[in-house]
Write a protein that binds this ligand. Structure first.
Ligand code: PLP
Length: 337
């Protein structure tokens, strides 16, 4: 049996989730007539204390829509140099919004208020106009690191002082909420727009949500159509999202415990240089005396799939389809390769 740690996107819907999907009442969502999509959007908006939400096919789309809504061509977006919006969205900030980026060297994917303040462009005709600050929580390339909420508040303060909207790429925000014992409402109060993924650790086959106020989501709905993301009887997918929000959030602490166990086992192996601090469901480690690709190939011989994210960096991600027995098997295997 293959144990797949490449990403938390590899989960398959459980029979109970599939049943919820099969039973969903649907309609044409481009006409606003899909009751299940409307229910999911309402449910997510209420959860975060925002006015409205928009169901989209991917987290890339929710981020890119938000950036397009917040910027004009020629503007500059402030984010961490490792941010998904910059590293993994196909150059979308430039291609979709005609904006450029001000990349900050954060601490494991996390930027701070002082850096943001210093990065804001002065009002000068030579300069691009700073128009958005974007953070990512948890940080993917930061190894699932979580922000200190007080720092987010300080960044918000800087945004407020400079009239800048504040966006969060919360592809794995629920992991941060569980790990730090925070609430969705705290984030709803702080951010102008929030992107969350249902297709990662929450276990849905497809789907992300963008949250904001009514005017923002109205604009976002128009941009979603522009990007080709208007879907029709998508209530079948939204039903998976409703199921996931109701059933798959609390169990995330299991993934976090499993990630810590694997991180500890790796720490003592002679082919491991360092393991990044394990805060949530991601384990990233630096190899020593073997390349990441070679190690990934060795693990594969033992039916364990991992991902080489850099020449000497390997990533494992915990998720819904990984059981305790599988974690024990991996810990056994990493001591043998
Ligand atoms: C996965 C991910 C996204 C969105 O990815 P999609 O595959 O487009 O849904 C956005 N941000 C982060 C940090 C991610 O890890």
């Amino acid at each position: 049996m293959i144990i797949d740690f490449r990403s938390d996107t590899v989960t398959r819907p459980t029979p109970a989730m599939l049943e919820a999907m099969m039973k969903a009442p649907v309609g044409d969502d481009v006409f606003g007539e899909d009751p299940t999509v409307n229910e999911l959007e309402q449910m997510a908006a209420t959860l975060f204390g925002k006015e409205a939400a928009l169901f989209c096919p991917s987290g890339t789309m929710t981020n890119q829509i938000a950036i397009k809504c917040h910027t004009q061509p020629g503007d500059e977006v402030i984010c961490d140099a490792d941010a998904h919006v910059y590293q993994y969205e196909g150059g979308g900030i430039a291609a979709n919004s005609g904006a450029s980026v001000k990349l900050l060297p954060g601490d494991r994917g996390r930027i701070n208020a002082l850096q943001v303040e210093e990065a804001i462009q002065p009002d000068d005709v030579h300069r691009p106009r700073t128009s958005l600050v974007c953070v990512e929580n948890t940080s993917n390339r930061g190894g699932g690191s979580c922000y200190d909420f007080e720092e987010l508040k300080r960044i918000k303060q800087v945004c407020g002082n400079n009239g800048l909207p504040f966006h969060i790429d919360g592809a794995r925000l629920f992991n941060a909420l569980v790990a730090k014992n925070e609430t969705p409402r705290q984030y709803g109060e702080l951010f102008d727009s929030i992107s969350i993924c249902l297709s990662k650790s929450l276990g849905c086959p497809v789907g992300s949500l963008l949250l904001g106020d009514t005017a923002f989501i109205k604009k976002a709905r128009r941009v979603r159509k522009l990007f080709g993301g208007g879907m029709r009887q998508t209530g079948y997918l939204a039903a998976a999202g409703i199921y996931a929000l109701q059933h798959n959030m609390e169990r995330l602490s299991e993934d976090h415990a499993h990630a810590k166990m694997i991180g500890e086992a790796l720490q003592t192996q002679d082919y491991v240089e360092t393991v990044m601090p394990v805060e949530t469901n991601i384990v990233i480690f630096e190899t020593k005396g073997i390349s990441a690709k070679e190690l990934v190939a060795k693990l594969k011989e033992h039916s364990i799939l991992a991902y080489a994210i850099a020449p000497t960096k390997v990533r494992l991600v915990l998720h819904l389809d990984i059981t305790r027995a599988m974690v024990e098997q991996v810990i056994h295997t990493v001591q043998q390769v």
